[in-house]
Design a protein around this ligand. Structure first.
Ligand code: NAP
Length: 496
């Protein structure tokens, strides 16, 4: 099946040109689809790595793993590459594999609608363009819509403010009084960078985090030479990191046993970094290790101990024109407010309007929480595929492995359609329902269920994460089983 070429006549639209969209485009192009367009809302492609440019922005997954299996690099500058290096990497891959010219930037898709009679999708953009295709791949990701909390008085703030994913590089923080709301993976990276620059930094923490060490210094030249010149070293590192990441999932899946070991490691590290008992008390998390994303940084906790940095754990009550008032009644006056408050992960592609067969609305189909077979296929939405869809996020691995698995699975789906002479492919409702039940049941007893996190939707259902290991997901998606799908026949051409 792998060598089977997809007919050139099939037209596929991919929505989103981050790592997911690029992965899908590469896979489909390689297998013969020529009529392929990637619509990207932003003025450039790269997704997360285009938008997030905050100081210290880097991937917290090692680059030997956070990279395509077919586009391995031996010259990464450090364990976890900075944003600019990853942005250059994804651009280079797209250029070298010829998918960059398929990307149309500045095209914000507003609606995708399935036409039962024509057996095709119609995709509409904000600018009023209309595209038609035989299949759509929605690759808008989970972490692209900034979440700025609605706080009383938020609009009255007279200082400067921005979200971490839209960093204002024109605003000079030097000598300013700055507030950072949030202490997640993004804030943990930029707080140590700006702490040295600002006059006063007030960090508002709602929940503490578990930390593991990471210095992420540039590789010494001798190590770089080893990786570049000695065959097998890079492949070994990739394998090693894969297994290391799987061990994090092992700890999350078994909080009472393996999780305890990593908990102890994290606690020892945090104790060594937090000498001041009062600061330690404030930072210490009150939930099971691994429930939220574990943060890798050797610099964040020491930054909190700087004399010009204050960690505030009293809850935020309201924003005033000059600062933030906390529950103890204190007004923290600031010149600039930086929201490190994450993303609306559980909204997936919405507010895009997605209409499937017989006028089905995806919002309605997902009213009880997002779900899709293997995170990819939704019943009643023929030949619509999702990259990085529901329950495919990883707390301890590389999302690029998932992207490659999804791209290959989608390609197989289209090959099945092609073998049947056209039409569309639609996952059987009972298959999707059973796989959703299985996914949800696998969270039972894991650390993920032991706190609130962005992995859950408003009703508390975990919709972001895959409940298992990377290797399981790759295995489950390796070969598409046509019996899990039914095939929509292309209508016969009308003869005049
Ligand atoms: P995040 O992990 O969702 O963190 C948001 C922070 O804002 C949390 O500390 C949260 O507190 C806080 N917060 C949210 N609403 C708040 C409110 N109303 N009042 C006070 N605090 C509030 O967001 P993020 O740091 O941008 O990271 C998002 C995800 O992006 C990460 O988990 C990770 O998957 C990804 N990321 C990856 C990398 C990487 O290197 N691979 C780097 C950055 C980000 P609570 O904990 O109490 O909710």
């Amino acid at each position: 099946m792998d060598g089977y070429l997809l007919a050139c006549r099939m037209k596929v639209l991919i929505i989103g040109a981050g790592f997911g969209g690029i992965a899908a485009a590469v896979e489909l192009k390689r297998h013969g689809i020529r009529d392929l367009t990637v619509l990207e809302k932003a003025p450039d492609f790269g997704g997360t790595w285009f938008h997030n440019t905050y100081p210290g922005c880097a991937c917290d997954v090692p680059s030997h793993l956070y990279s395509f299996s077919y586009a391995q690099r031996r010259d990464w500058s450090r364990l976890c590459s900075p944003q600019s290096e990853i942005f250059d990497y994804v651009h280079r891959v797209a250029r070298e594999l010829g998918v960059d010219r398929m990307i149309e930037t500045g095209c914000a898709v507003t609606a995708c609608s399935w036409d039962d009679a024509a057996c095709r999708w119609t995709v509409t953009t904000e600018g009023g363009e209309v595209h038609e295709s035989d299949a759509i791949v929605i690759a808008t990701g989970q972490l692209h819509k900034p979440a700025v909390p609605r706080i009383e008085g938020g609009e009255t703030f007279e200082g400067h403010s921005f979200h971490s994913s839209h960093w204002d590089h024109d605003y000079d923080l030097t000598g300013k009084r700055v507030a950072v709301v949030g202490t997640g993976a993004s804030a943990v990276q930029f707080v140590p960078e700006i702490a040295e620059q600002v006059r006063k930094l007030t960090v508002f923490q709602r929940t503490g985090n578990w930390f593991l060490p990471r210095k992420n210094r540039p590789y010494p030249p001798s190590f770089k030479a080893l990786v570049e010149r000695v065959p097998g070293v890079q492949a070994f590192r990739r394998r090693f990191m894969f297994e290391y990441c799987e061990s994090l999932t092992l700890a999350i899946r078994h909080p009472g046993t393996f999780g305890r070991l990593l908990h102890l490691k994290s606690a020892a590290f945090m104790r060594s970094q937090l000498r001041d008992p009062e600061l330690r008390r404030k930072v210490w998390p009150d939930y099971t290790f691994g429930c939220k994303r574990v943060l890798f940084s050797s610099y964040f906790l020491p930054a909190l101990a700087r004399p010009n940095v204050e960690l505030v754990t009293d809850s935020i009550q309201r924003v005033t024109p000059t600062g933030i008032v906390t529950s103890d009644g204190r007004l923290h006056e600031v010149d600039c407010l930086i929201w490190g408050t994450g993303f609306k992960a559980t909204e997936f592609m919405f507010p895009m309007e997605i209409t499937g067969a017989e006028g089905r609305d995806l919002r309605h189909a997902w009213a009880g929480g997002a779900h899709a077979h293997l995170g990819i296929a939704v019943p009643g939405f023929p030949s619509m595929f999702i990259m990085y869809g529901p329950n495919t996020n990883t707390s301890g691995g590389s999302i690029i492995l998932y992207h490659e698995a999804q791209a290959s699975y989608i390609r197989q789906a289209l090959q099945q359609v092609q073998r049947r002479g056209g039409g569309a492919i639609d996952v059987r409702a009972e298959v999707e329902a059973a796989s959703d039940r299985e996914v949800q049941s696998r969270f039972v007893g894991t650390a993920w269920t032991r706190c609130d996190s962005w992995y859950r939707d408003a009703e508390g259902r975990i919709v972001a994460n895959w409940p298992g290991y990377m290797r399981e997901y790759v295995e489950r998606t390796r070969e598409l089983d046509p019996a899990e799908y039914h095939f929509v026949q292309q209508p016969a051409p009308v003869v005049a």
